[in-house]
Design a protein around this ligand. Structure first.
Ligand SMILES: Cc1cc2nc3c(=O)[nH]c(=O)nc-3n(C[C@H](O)[C@H](O)[C@H](O)COP(=O)(O)OP(=O)(O)OC[C@H]3O[C@@H](n4cnc5c(N)ncnc54)[C@H](O)[C@@H]3O)c2cc1C
Length: 344
C-alpha cells in the first residue's frame, strides 16, 4: 500500500504558487487511483494561509523564520523530516526552483529515487507511472520504479490548478534538527517590475524573432521602435516575452538588439519550453530548433512577411503574412482603446 505525500513550499506572501496547486491536482488523482492516503506537507515561514486554502483537515508543517527563504540546508532538512514523518512512499512535489534544487539530495538521504521534469502521472495495474519528455521534448518516456520513496517533481502547466473549498486546517508541526546554517539570505535583487518580461502564468506567450532588428523596407533598422512596440504590447496584454536564439544572441555580437531581451527569454531547443495556452510569434522564421520549444503551446500564431517561412509549413495554426511592425502597432492601439474604455 502506497503512502502518497504532496510536498510544497509557500511563497513569501504565505500562498501556494500556481504550480503547487496544479501538482496538488495530480497528487489527488494519483492517490485516488491508488486508493492510497494523501498527506499534505508544507514548508514556509507561516503556512497557515496555504494550509487553510487547500482545505485539508490535517497538514504536516515545517515552519518558522528559518524556512521562510529558500536555502539548501534548511529546505533539505525540512523536506527530509516531512517525508519521514509521513512515512511517504510516493512524494509528489511541484518543480519550483526551490524544490528542484533540494529534492534530489533528499532522495539520496532517504535512500529513495527522484525523477524530475514529470509532465504526466497515471496509475497502471495498481502502480504509479510517471511520464516525461526526453531529447528536448521529442520523445516521451513512461517510467515505473520499485524503489521507495519515489520523489516526483512535476512541471508547471500539466494539470489544472486544484480548486476546492477552503477550510480550517489542523497543523501538525514537524520538528527539524537543523544543521549549522552557513548561508544567509540578505535580500533579493530583482529587475524593476517595469522590466519584468517573463510571466510563466500569462495566458499568452509573445515571441520576438531576429526580424525585429533586421533592415526593413526603407533599408534601415528600427530597433528602438521595435522596443517601444513590444514593451507597449507586453504592458497592454500582460503577455510573457520569449525570444528566438538568433535575437537573444545578437546582444553579445554587437548587432542591434532589444535591450530587455536576455537568454532567460529564449525558447526552443536550447531555450525553455513554456506552456502558455496561446503563443504569438513575430518576426521569427519558425525554424525547427526554435519551434520545438513551442510543443506545449496550445494555439500557435505567427506574423511573418515571408509566406514561405517555417510557420507556413504547418508549424502554426494561423499565419498572418504581414509586417509585424504594422500589425503590432495596430494591436497596441486596440489594446489602449480597450484599456481606456475599461477605465485603466
Ligand atoms: C543546435 C541548434 C540549437 C538551436 N536552438 C535554438 C533555440 O533553442 N531557440 C531558437 O529560437 N533557435 C534555436 N536555434 C536557431 C534556429 O534554428 C533559428 O536560427 C532561429 O530561431 C531563427 O531565428 P529567427 O527566426 O529569429 O531569425 P531569422 O531566421 O533571421 O528570421 C527572421 C524572420 O523575420 C521576418 N521579418 C523581418 N522583418 C519582418 C517584419 N517587419 N514583419 C514580419 N516579419 C519580418 C523575416 O521574414 C524572417 O523570416 C538553434 C540552432 C541550432 C543549430
Amino acid at each position: 500500500m502506497e503512502n502518497v505525500l504532496f510536498l510544497a513550499h509557500t511563497e513569501p506572501d504565505g500562498t501556494l504558487p500556481k504550480v503547487a496547486l496544479e501538482t496538488l491536482t495530480a497528487a489527488t488523482e494519483v492517490a485516488a487511483a491508488l486508493q492510497a492516503q494523501l498527506t499534505i506537507a508544507l514548508i514556509g515561514g507561516d503556512v497557515h494561509t496555504a494550509a487553510n486554502a487547500v482545505g485539508a483537515a490535517g497538514v504536516l508543517a515545517v515552519s518558522g523564520a528559518e524556512f521562510a527563504q529558500p536555502r539548501y540546508a534548511s529546505d533539505a532538512a525540512a523536506a527530509e523530516a516531512l517525508c519521514r514523518a509521513a512515512n511517504a512512499s510516493i512524494v509528489i512535489a511541484p518543480a519550483t526552483s526551490r524544490l528542484a534544487r533540494v529534492l534530489p539530495g533528499v532522495a539520496h538521504r532517504l535512500n529513495g529515487r527522484v525523477d524530475t521534469h514529470i509532465t504526466g502521472l497515471t496509475v497502471t495495474d495498481g502502480a504509479p507511472v510517471a511520464s516525461r519528455w526526453f531529447y528536448r521534448q521529442r520523445i516521451e518516456g513512461s517510467l515505473q520504479r520499485t524503489q521507495r520513496p519515489w520523489i516526483l517533481l512535476v512541471e508547471s502547466g500539466c494539470r489544472p490548478a486544484w480548486q476546492g473549498q477552503a477550510g480550517s486546517a489542523n497543523l501538525e508541526k514537524v520538528e527539524v534538527a537543523l544543521p549549522q546554517l552557513r548561508s544567509k539570505v540578505t535580500g533579493i535583487r530583482a529587475p524593476k517590475s517595469d522590466e519584468q518580461t517573463i510571466r510563466p502564468d500569462a495566458k499568452l506567450l509573445f515571441v520576438a524573432g531576429a526580424g525585429w532588428c533586421k533592415k526593413q523596407a526603407d533599408g534601415q533598422v528600427h530597433a528602438t521602435e521595435a522596443e517601444q512596440i513590444i514593451l507597449g504590447f507586453l504592458r497592454g496584454s500582460k503577455a510573457s516575452l520569449g525570444g528566438s536564439k538568433s535575437l537573444v544572441e545578437q546582444g553579445g555580437e554587437n548587432q542591434p538588439t532589444l535591450r530587455f531581451m536576455t537568454h532567460l527569454n529564449q525558447v526552443g531547443q536550447t531555450g525553455s519550453t513554456p506552456r502558455h495556452p496561446k503563443g504569438l510569434s513575430t518576426c521569427c522564421h519558425g525554424e525547427e530548433p526554435h519551434v520545438v520549444g513551442w510543443r506545449f503551446i496550445t494555439e500557435r500564431r505567427a506574423v511573418n512577411l515571408d509566406p514561405n517561412c517555417g510557420w507556413a509549413r504547418g508549424k502554426a495554426d494561423v499565419l498572418y503574412v504581414a509586417d509585424a511592425f504594422a500589425v503590432m502597432t495596430k494591436v497596441n492601439a486596440m489594446l489602449a482603446a480597450k484599456g481606456a474604455a475599461a477605465g485603466d
